[in-house]
Design a binder for this molecule. Structure first.
Ligand SMILES: NC(=O)C1=CN([C@@H]2O[C@H](COP(=O)(O)OP(=O)(O)OC[C@H]3O[C@@H](n4cnc5c(N)ncnc54)[C@H](OP(=O)(O)O)[C@@H]3O)[C@@H](O)[C@H]2O)[C@@H](O)CC1
Ligand SMILES: Nc1ncnc2c1ncn2[C@@H]1O[C@H](COP(=O)(O)OP(=O)(O)O)[C@@H](O)[C@H]1O
Length: 484
C-alpha cells in the first residue's frame, strides 16, 4: 500500500478546508438551535419540519434534533441531501432516534393536520429563481397547511436579494434570519411574506455574510443614544439656527412643512427664505420673503446658519440656489427640486441628500421600478454618485454613507401622503443644526420621523397628514431617548 504524503502547501489547503467545514458545522448548529428556541414561542404540540436538500434543510434537521432532545414531538420530512452538512445532520438526527420521512406535498398535507407549527427549511439563500415544479407544489402545500409557519433564514421561494415576491412563495408567520438582514426581508411584497423577523447572529467570519445582507438595522435604544442631549442652560442660540430655502408661487406649503419639522425636532431658530408668500403655519417660524435669489444671497452674505435645508417647492432655480448654498460648506440637506443630476459630486462631506424613488431615478437615469426592486443597491449607487450621506426614502428608508448602509425600522403606510418628505427634511436639518454628524442625523432623523408616524397613525390611521406627524415628533423623541 502506498502512503499518501502531502507537501506543506497541500496540507495547508486541507487544513483550511477542515477549518472552514468546522466553522460551517458550528454555524449550522447555532442556526438550528436558534430555530428550535423560536419554535418554543409557539403553543405546545407536534412540530412538522421540512428540510430541503441544501444547507437550509440542514438547519431544519439540526432544529429537529434540538426540539427532540428537549422532549418535543417532531415529524421530519426531508428531500435527499445535496449538501454535506445536510447529510451529516441526517445521520445525527437518526442517531438520537428520530426517523426521517420522504418529503412530498401529500406528506406535508397529512402531517400538518395535527401540527402546532410547521418549520420551513426548504430553500434559503441558495435558491435561484425560477422555482422548479416539485418545489412549487411543496410551497403550495405549506401555504395550505393550516398551521403557523416559521421560516428559516427567509421564506422559501423568495430571492434573498429582491424586494419582489414571486408566486408561489411561503407565507410565514415568523422568520428566523441568520447572520444578517437580507433585502427580501426588509422591502416590498417580499418582506410581507416573512411575518415577524428575528435575527440570529451566528459565529461566522465577517466575510461569510453576503454583502447585500450587511445593512445595519439599529434598534431604538441605539438611535436614541444618537439624539442630542441639551444642557440645562441651553438657549435658542445653542440649539441651532436652521435656514429653509424653498417655495415658489404654487408650491408654498412645502418649505413651511420643512420649517415645522425643524422646529418640532428641536431647532432653536428656523428661518424660511423664499421668493413666494409662505403660509405662516406656525408663528414661531421666521418667514423672509425676497425679491430675487440674488438679493436674498446678498442679504445672507454676512451670516451663516448652523444648517440649511434647500429645495422644497423651489422650482426652476433650485439647482442654481443649491449650488450657491453648497459653496458655504455648512451642513446641508438637499431635498426635492434641489436633487438635480448636475449637482452630483459638487457636495461636501456634510451634505445629506434625500431622494424618493422618483427623484432617485432622475439622479441615476434609471426607472423607479428598478430602484425599488433593489433598494440597498439603489442607496449605495446614489451615495457613490452624490457623495456625502444619502437617505433613499421609502417604507422603509435606507441611509447610505461611505462606510455602510442602515435600514430604518418602523413607520406606517399612512405616511404615504403629501408633505411627509418635507417634514423629514426639516427634522434632518434640525439634527444637523444641533451638531449631529450627517450619518448620525440621517439614522436618527429617519427613525424619529418614522416613530412620529407610528404615533400619529394610532390616532389617524391612513388619514394621517404630515402636520400630524410633525406634532408627534416630541413624543417620538421621548420614546427613543427616554424622558430628559
Ligand atoms: N452561509 C453560511 O455561512 C450559513 C448558511 N446557512 C444556511 O444555508 C442556507 C444556504 O444554503 P445553500 O447554499 O446550501 O442553499 P439552500 O438555500 O439550502 O438551497 C439549495 C437547495 O435549493 C435547491 N434549489 C435552488 N434553486 C432552486 C430552484 N430554482 N428550484 C428548485 N430548487 C432549487 C437546490 O437544489 P439543486 O439545485 O441542488 O438541485 C438545493 O437543494 C442559508 O439560507 C442558511 O439557511 C446556515 O446553515 C448557517 C451558515
Ligand atoms: N409606507 C411607508 N412606510 C414608512 N414610511 C413611509 C411610507 N410611505 C412614505 N413614507 C415616508 O414618508 C416620506 C415621503 O417622502 P416624499 O415622497 O418625499 O414626500 P413629499 O414629497 O410629499 O414630501 C418619506 O420619509 C418616507 O420614508
Amino acid at each position: 500500500m502506498t502512503e499518501l504524503v502531502l507537501g506543506p502547501r497541500e496540507a495547508g489547503a486541507v487544513d483550511a478546508r477542515l477549518a472552514q467545514a468546522a466553522l460551517l458545522d458550528l454555524a449550522m448548529e447555532e442556526a438550528g438551535a436558534a430555530v428550535a428556541a423560536a419554535a418554543r414561542n409557539y403553543p405546545d404540540g407536534p412540530v412538522l419540519l421540512l428540510a430541503g436538500g441544501g444547507a437550509n434543510g440542514g438547519d431544519a434537521l439540526v432544529a429537529a434534533r434540538h426540539l427532540h432532545v428537549q422532549g418535543r414531538e417532531v415529524t421530519v420530512l426531508a428531500a435527499p441531501p445535496t449538501h454535506e452538512l445536510a447529510r451529516l445532520n441526517r445521520r445525527r438526527l437518526r442517531a438520537v432516534g428520530v426517523s426521517i420521512r420522504f418529503l412530498t406535498p401529500e406528506a406535508v398535507q397529512r402531517f400538518a393536520r395535527g401540527a402546532a407549527l410547521l418549520v420551513d427549511g426548504l430553500l434559503g439563500t441558495g435558491f435561484r429563481p425560477p422555482l422548479r415544479p416539485p418545489l412549487a407544489t411543496l410551497i403550495e402545500a405549506v401555504n395550505a397547511a393550516g398551521c403557523p409557519v416559521l421560516s428559516i433564514d427567509l421564506p422559501s421561494g423568495l430571492d434573498a436579494l429582491s424586494a419582489e415576491a414571486p408566486l408561489p412563495a411561503v407565507q410565514a408567520d415568523s422568520t428566523v434570519t441568520l447572520m444578517g438582514w437580507k433585502p427580501a426581508l426588509l422591502f416590498g411584497t417580499a418582506a410581507a411574506r416573512a411575518g415577524r423577523v428575528t435575527l440570529a447572529p451566528l459565529t461566522v467570519p465577517p466575510g461569510w455574510v453576503h454583502e447585500a445582507a450587511l445593512a445595519g438595522r439599529p434598534a431604538d435604544a441605539e438611535v436614541g443614544a444618537l439624539l442630542p442631549r441639551r444642557q440645562p442652560d441651553a438657549h435658542k442660540g445653542t440649539a441651532g439656527h436652521v435656514w429653509v430655502l424653498g417655495g415658489h408661487p404654487g408650491t408654498t406649503g412645502a418649505p413651511a412643512m420643512t420649517g415645522v419639522g425643524a422646529l418640532r425636532a428641536g431647532a432653536g431658530l428656523v428661518s424660511v427664505h423664499s421668493l413666494a408668500d409662505i403660509p405662516l403655519v406656525m408663528p414661531e417660524l421666521m418667514i423672509r420673503r425676497h425679491r430675487s435669489w440674488a438679493s436674498a444671497f446678498s442679504t445672507m452674505e454676512s451670516q451663516r446658519p448652523d444648517a440649511v435645508v434647500v429645495g422644497m417647492g423651489l422650482g426652476p432655480q433650485a439647482a442654481e440656489v443649491a449650488r450657491r448654498v453648497l459653496s458655504w460648506e455648512v451642513p446641508t440637506v438637499l431635498d426635492a427640486d434641489a436633487l438635480q443630476p448636475e449637482l452630483a459630486g459638487l457636495g461636501h462631506a456634510s451634505c445629506l441628500w434625500t431622494p424618493h424613488p422618483g427623484e432617485a431615478a432622475r439622479l441615476l437615469n434609471t426607472s423607479t421600478a428598478e430602484l425599488t426592486r433593489h433598494p440597498l443597491d439603489a442607496a449605495r449607487a446614489l451615495q457613490q454618485r452624490l457623495g456625502g450621506v444619502v437617505v433613499f426614502k421609502g417604507g422603509p428608508s435606507v441611509v447610505a454613507h461611505e462606510g455602510g448602509l442602515s435600514v430604518a425600522r418602523g413607520g406606517h403606510p399612512g405616511m404615504a401622503s403629501a408633505g411627509m418628505g418635507d417634514t423629514l427634511s426639516g427634522v434632518l436639518g434640525a439634527l444637523l443644526g444641533q451638531g449631529l454628524l450627517p450619518w448620525a442625523a440621517a439614522v436618527a432623523g429617519v427613525r424619529l420621523h418614522a416613530r412620529a408616524g407610528e404615533r400619529a397613525a394610532a390616532t389617524h390611521g391612513y388619514g394621517l397628514s404630515a402636520s400630524d406627524v410633525a406634532q408627534e415628533l416630541g413624543g417620538a423623541w421621548r420614546d427613543l431617548r427616554g424622558p430628559s
